[in-house]
Design a protein around this ligand. Structure first.
Ligand SMILES: Nc1ncnc2c1ncn2[C@@H]1O[C@H](COP(=O)(O)OP(=O)(O)OP(=O)(O)O)[C@@H](O)[C@H]1O
Length: 498
């Protein structure tokens, strides 16, 4: 048979699933069963179902895990390395392997075969048949001889999983590195005095190995600045890995930061390295650090201080040398005071704070930034040359820019689409709804809304900016210069849903 024949018959690149199906079907011809299950040893406590075959192999069995503490007879088989027939009895201490998910008659045939290679236990094969005495001594002896071959097929499947996992992490590292670090520096546009102070701070801190905290409203360029610091640091040949800490619960945060071993929790089908490990030698950018679940913060603190941590589900200590750059758009100090962020972690991270000014405080940069973005848009619009008119620039400069540089970028992209000949006129500038600030020209033409409608809009905007917080220094009441109780009654009256 030629290689071509093998390929045509789908025999050259057999998947682990297909290999195991062939193996189990062959066993069925020699030792008839109604349920054959291959389980892999995940740790000292659990066996996990990888393959099942036969008329009793239902969906429930897939991904089922056997808790070894409840099954001393399985521990015995794994330790001795010998195939064993298990007699089901009425003894309340006896637990059938799959009793939680299926009901097999008392006295049914059950065979346990350990799967070992070179003295290493990889897992277990179980064969079940609802009739009694199906597995004769001759069949048990055959099963004993076959276990090594089955173990080989299991090893193939385990290796395949770890290759897939390795590929996934490599792909992740690669994507994290993309974003061409050299162009990042050129992309920090602006020459207003306040922005130049930021650039100075970046240049100062980058070559040191100190942790950096970047503060600023959304869209002010926090991630871009973090990349620039990494690019200017001696770690720039190593990965720049990011993790957005918002919307992570404790388990997810732990697994994302420190990784997990296969089987560490339901759904952890393969071992995965966490961002801390991936960033070894390089920089870990923790975006929205204020949202990091409180309970995971001690583990992060230890990882930062000692450079050590364990993957979820493993006791092995891993070492990683990582520089942390974190970003936040909330007042972390207040979070510390409110007991929502650990003080020790806060001081550990806040070694060198860099505050990014909102766009409304560096309006003189709008012209440079606009031209930079329009130049970048050129290639996407078949090399259309864009020109910003004086009126358009005036409108851009008069806007409040709650969405900062990102919003400016989006506004210009919209304008570029609207402009047919590349000339960006005032009429092409359309702001995002919430941040719309009318210029005098538009004011005259717009219809006057009711007082209530306008009040409601202002309150909603303030609540959005303060993440729904009413009281306190960074609350909506303070922003609107009104008493929190008055604001609350207005919210109620205007039926604003928080
Ligand atoms: N000074 C700048 N020069 C050029 N582009 C910038 C500048 N600042 C920000 N940008 C661009 O604006 C967009 C938003 O920037 P970035 O994602 O870094 O902001 P951010 O503060 O991290 O936002 P968020 O808080 O929402 O995560 C990006 O496309 C970025 O390239």
């Amino acid at each position: 048979m030629t290689t071509q024949d093998l390929i045509q018959k789908d025999l050259l690149f057999l998947s682990p699933q297909k290999t195991m199906e062939i193996v189990l079907d062959t066993i069925n011809e020699i030792i008839p069963y109604e349920l054959a299950v291959i389980l892999s040893k995940e740790n000292n406590k659990n066996l996990k179902v990888r393959f099942s075959r036969g008329p009793l192999a239902t969906d429930k069995i897939k991904n089922y895990e056997v808790n070894l503490e409840k099954h001393p007879e399985i521990i015995d088989v794994l330790n001795t390395g010998k195939v064993k027939l298990v007699e089901e009895t009425n003894d309340p201490n006896h637990h059938d392997t799959y009793e939680e998910i299926m009901d097999l008659p008392i006295g049914h045939s059950c065979l346990l075969a350990p799967l070992r290679i070179n003295g290493e236990t990889l897992g277990l094969m179980t064969l079940d048949h609802s009739q009694c005495d199906m597995f004769t001594p001759q069949r048990v002896s055959i099963a004993n001889s076959l276990t090594k071959l089955i173990a080989l097929a299991l090893a193939q499947s385990i290796a395949n999983d770890s290759l897939i996992n390795e590929k996934e992490t490599l792909l992740f590292e690669r994507t994290s590195l993309i974003g061409d670090i050299s162009s990042v520096l050129e992309g920090l546009i602006g020459n207003s005095p306040i922005w130049l102070q930021v650039i100075e701070k970046i240049k100062l801190v980058a070559p040191t190995d100190s942790h950096v905290m970047i503060l600023g409203e959304t869209g002010t360029g926090k991630e871009q600045v973090a990349k620039a610091i990494h690019a200017l640091s001696k770690r720039n040949q190593k990965p720049f890995i990011t993790l957005n800490c918002s919307a992570l619960n404790y388990n997810l945060a732990e697994s994302e930061l420190f990784g997990h071993e296969k089987g560490a929790y339901t759904g952890a089908v393969s071992t995965r390295r966490g961002r801390f490990e991936l960033a070894n030698g390089g920089t870990l950018f923790l975006d929205e650090i204020g949202d990091l679940p409180f309970e995971i913060q001690p583990k992060l603190l230890r990882a930062i201080q000692e450079g050590t941590f364990e993957r979820l589900g493993s006791e092995k200590t891993i070492h990683a040398d990582v520089r942390i750059i974190c970003a936040t758009n909330v007042d972390l100090e207040t979070k510390v005071k409110e007991g929502k962020f650990r003080e020790d972690l806060y001081y550990r991270l806040n070694v060198f704070p860099i505050l990014l000014p909102p766009l409304r405080k560096r309006k003189e940069d709008i012209y440079l930034l606009s031209n930079y973005f329009l130049e970048k848009l050129k290639s996407r619009f078949i090399n259309k040359n864009f020109v910003l008119t004086k009126e358009a620039l005036e409108i851009l400069t008069n806007n409040i820019w709650y969405g900062n540089v990102r919003e400016l970028q989006n506004t210009l992209e919209r304008a570029a689409i609207l402009s047919k000949d590349g000339v960006i006129k005032a009429t092409h500038i359309i702001f995002e709804k919430e941040n719309y600030q009318k210029s005098d020209f538009v004011e005259i033409n717009s219809s006057i809304r009711s007082f209530e409608e306008e009040t409601k809009k202002i309150i909603v905007r303030a609540l959005k900016l303060t993440n729904g917080k009413i009281y306190g220094k960074d609350g909506a009441a303070e922003l609107l210069k009104m008493k929190p109780t008055t604001l609350q009654s207005k919210i109620k009256k205007l039926k604003i849903i928080l």
